[in-house]
Design a protein around this ligand. Structure first.
Ligand SMILES: Nc1ncnc2c1ncn2[C@@H]1O[C@H](COP(=O)(O)OP(=O)(O)OP(=O)(O)O)[C@@H](O)[C@H]1O
Length: 253
């Protein structure tokens, strides 16, 4: 008997205004996968992620979380099933970072929310920020705090929209290492990324979107092949062997 996918999407299409921005996307993701969702600006990555969260209503298609259809789940069940890191890092209130992170755990266990939040801040090496107001943090510091908020939840599915945007190089590697570790521990992580070399290095699986469609889906080297790099991104690419595994180098065509 095959395992239940953590996330299943069937025939999802979505319009924004009059524009079709996601077109007939079908995907299935299993526990333990770190999936990089890549594609040029405007490819539809955020729209797809938001449809999976139930924040955008599709024109057609169905979504299941752990075998339960999304439309049958109320907000609490959705929050238990998935943790969402939005691309836009604004926080409405200037709460201390620890309290913002604790909101991510609060749905599950009010008593344990603060220790869990502290552990999540430590996970992204941001415990020194715990008492600082989030409005007074730098963009990169706030990005770490908001990621910690997602890590404080034990939802089976983490949807992270550009989790490394605005982070310094060490921070980018740290965050991807942590997300990979979460996948290794059984969560399913979907992260939209613009850095194809990082996607190639960390992801178990790469999904390439272009103009609302899935153009490739497979291992990093399989999905980011010469034709996809050229046709979707306008890039030339070479895969080189290194001690850390295959490395992708890129150049404009
Ligand atoms: N609020 C909106 N109203 C109308 N159209 C929108 C809106 N937000 C995005 N779009 C359009 O939807 C399409 C897909 O955008 P989306 O944000 O999903 O792409 P993306 O792949 O996440 O892009 P990026 O890498 O730039 O974040 C684009 O053509 C965009 O112009």
């Amino acid at each position: 008997m095959s395992a239940t996918p953590r996330l299943k999407i069937e025939g999802l299409s979505l319009s924004r205004g009059k524009r079709a921005v996601v077109r007939d996307v079908s995907l299935s993701m299993m526990p333990g996968e770190l999936v990089a969702l890549v594609g040029p600006n405007g490819a539809g990555k955020t729209s797809l992620i938001q449809a999976v969260c139930g924040l955008l209503k599709p024109d057609a298609g169905r979504v299941w979380l752990e075998g339960a259809e999304l439309v049958t789940l109320g907000p609490r069940d959705r929050a238990r099933a998935l943790a969402y890191l939005p691309q836009d890092g604004t926080v409405a209130w200037n709460l201390p970072a620890l309290e913002v992170v604790a909101l991510g755990a609060g749905f599950l266990q009010t008593d344990g929310a603060r220790p869990r939040a502290m552990a999540a801040l430590e996970e992204v090496e941001a415990s020194a920020l715990a008492d600082r107001g989030v409005a007074e943090l730098s963009g990169g510091e706030r990005a770490r705090v908001l990621l910690a908020r997602v890590l404080a939840s034990d939802a089976g599915l983490i949807l992270a929209d550009e989790p490394v945007a605005g982070l310094d190089p060490e921070g980018q590697l740290l965050v991807l290492e942590r997300l990979k570790a979460r996948a290794g521990a059984g969560q399913t992580v979907v992260a939209s990324l613009h850095d194809l070399s990082l996607a190639a290095r960390f992801a178990d699986r790469v999904i390439v979107m272009d103009q609302g469609e899935v153009r490739a889906d497979g291992s990093p080297a399989g999905a980011l092949d010469t034709a996809v790099l050229r046709d979707v991104f306008g890039l030339g690419g070479r895969w080189l062997d290194s001690e850390d595994g295959p490395v992708l180098t890129l150049a404009r065509l």
